[in-house]
Design a protein around this ligand. Sequence first.
Ligand SMILES: [Ca+2]
Ligand SMILES: [Ca+2]
Ligand SMILES: [Ca+2]
Length: 403
Amino acid sequence: MKIKSILKYSFVGVLSMTLINCQTDSTEHPVVEAENVTFEESQAIPGSYIVVYNDIHNKLAPLQKAATPEVYERQMQDLKAMYVEEFKMAKLTEASITQTFGHTLNGFAANLTDEQLRLLKGDSRVKSIERDMTIKIAPYRGKPGGNGGGSSPDQQIPYGTLRVGGGTTASAHTAWVIDSGVDLDHPDLNVDEARSRSFLGKNSTPDDQNGHGTHVAGTIGALNNSIGSVGVAPGTTIVAVRVLDRRGSGSTSGVIAGVDYVAANASSNDVANMSLGGGVSTALDNAVLAASSRLKFALAAGNESDNANNHSPARVNGNNIYTISAMNSSDNWASFSNYGSAVDYCAPGVSVYSTWKGGGYNSISGTSMAAPHAAGVLLLGNPSSDGTVKGDPDGNPDPIIHN
Ligand SMILES: [Ca+2]
Ligand SMILES: [Ca+2]
Ligand SMILES: [Ca+2]
């Protein structure tokens, strides 16, 4: 197989790895460069581009924070109409625009012909163009199917919830889970369905068809009742921001749209969790950095056993951005975890018990599972730490996050 996956998004679960470092023969395959982003043709979504707008004529007033999701949708509709008008010369149509961004990046994703691409590239009102890339699910180690629901197991407090000093108090703030959706009616979760959204196209549901997003949600806020699991901040309001489908397929543009929606609707002290990642996307990095002025972010470091600086959005640094590596129940480094200077804290990420789609439960591993422990701590206030992880491969042991 000649095709190398260097910049494919994937869920951050063990073995989920789309290895950026498996690129060994880039001379053999043409590497396309668009602006400051490098990727292989094979990972690009044919004809789909992320266009960042350069407002040289000051046509865009900064958008007001959206009071409701409906306000946000109207803002995006107006913006889309503006971009169609602005780029009339490239015959841009509303139908060709697949996502619109206005709170983090100014711009849009669109399906473009080669001629449209040429016209936009030569236009000073365009700041940058990135090719849109595929997000794909990766297999989980362990029990990918989970417990499909029906039964209500006796409650157990996961080791990770205890290790980070959680399990007792709900946060008054909101957890925004940018993932495969969340099981909206899971009996062990408090999901705000009204603010939950899917960015997988018109009429798609924010209900989790995969399990991964529900697992993340449970680690943050599974209820302290009599059944199942207990999250770090049990009972905290969860909003599902679905950017990955039941197979884990999505796009960079969809993830950016999710981040933009969260930035538009969140309150400060809210926390967004992003347990996904891949190679480098400057547009996604910039979106997360911009959104971090409005709320906090917990980011999975990634599972490539690689430097997190090679992966977006893990590599983004900022005051409100926490990149999280993974360890096991004995505070030992998880061999799959990414490392390096971008990492801020370590958290439990091996054999983590949590909620699953269809009212179920599952135990899985990954920095995907570590990040929501940090999200839970951040929802409870400023984080502290309790010791450092043993065996950190970068020689600078990450502090273990603690409430
Ligand atoms: Ca419970
Ligand atoms: Ca960092
Ligand atoms: Ca370290």
